[in-house]
Design a protein around this ligand. Structure first.
Ligand SMILES: Nc1ncnc2c1ncn2[C@@H]1O[C@H](COP(=O)(O)OP(=O)(O)OP(=O)(O)O)[C@@H](O)[C@H]1O
Length: 260
């Protein structure tokens, strides 16, 4: 279980972007983290991944991944944790690739850090995994530089890497928001299939995600989790959660369907 307690993120001007956020993510569980733009979803994911901007400080009373107390790890062990135990699917896949290196070298490097297999085995695994996410002409993809592939293809490459590594927990930050409609549907399907191997925490405004059968939805406002819905009994009537009435979260008994 990935367990977070009282997570706060504070700016160097003493402004709290995240306030006392707590949740658990179990293996093979699917959680959506949603709320208006700017409420702090990405900041929570960055805090977990240790990739916050330099002007931000993070505090938590507990950050545990199974039996590992992450707050006590040194940097080397943290790097391994992020390759092997926790994976990230970013909003903009271009940001995670080195623009100067081929897709082949970057996939092989990821497998080297996280898996105890040699280069030949890594290449076989890479080809298998790229095929499994419906990428054709695998050899051409492997020889490509990141900018030669579309956003949808790069997002598939990241998913292929993660299916190969099988991290116990995967965080995805608005993973389809930068994609066109055709790619969105295909990537949503692939992402949801990751639930058979990993715990998944997905931040999203996307109603296609929100209407699928997840285990829990965490709803945020102003840096706090204000509502937790078990299973998905939310029936979204919005194309975008940003259109929700500003007062909704002041009501004690929040019902998604009330708002339109
Ligand atoms: N380094 C930073 N310094 C100061 N404020 C920041 C910093 N990074 C983010 N913020 C602010 O923190 C708040 C939360 O931002 P965040 O990107 O986490 O929101 P979000 O819910 O993910 O939004 P979106 O849905 O648009 O991606 C915003 O008001 C943002 O301007």
């Amino acid at each position: 279980m990935l367990s977070i307690r009282e997570l706060s993120v504070i700016t160097n001007k003493d402004e709290a972007l995240i306030k006392d956020v707590s949740f658990d993510l179990h293996r093979k569980e699917l959680i959506f983290l949603t709320g208006k733009s700017g409420c702090g979803k990405s900041t929570i994911l960055k805090a977990i991944m240790g990739s916050l901007d330099d002007n931000l400080k993070v505090y938590s009373t507990k950050f545990q991944v199974d039996d590992i107390d992450v707050n006590k790890l040194n940097n080397r062990r943290k790097r391994r944790l992020y390759g092997k135990n926790i994976g990230l699917i970013p909003q903009n896949p271009m940001n995670v690739f080195d623009p100067r290196k081929s897709i082949r070298s970057q996939i092989l490097e990821s497998y080297k850090v996280s898996l105890d297999i040699n280069k030949k085995q890594s290449l076989i695994l890479a080809k298998d995994m790229l095929s499994s996410v419906n990428l054709k002409e695998v050899n051409i993809i492997l020889d490509s530089l990141p900018h030669e592939l579309s956003g949808g293809m790069l997002q598939r490459v990241i998913i292929a890497i993660l299916i190969g590594i099988k991290p116990d927990y995967i965080l995805a930050d608005e993973p389809v928001s930068a994609l066109d409609e055709d790619n969105k549907n295909e990537i949503i399907k692939l992402l949801l299939s990751l639930k058979t191997q990993s715990g998944l925490l997905i931040t999203t405004h996307n109603t296609k995600f929100l209407s699928c059968n997840n285990d829990k939805t965490l709803i945020m406002k102003n840096g706090k989790i204000i509502k937790e819905e078990k299973r998905n009994n939310l029936k979204p009537v919005y194309s975008d959660i940003n259109s929700i009435d500003d007062n909704y979260c002041n009501e004690g008994d929040f019902k998604w369907t009330v708002y339109k």
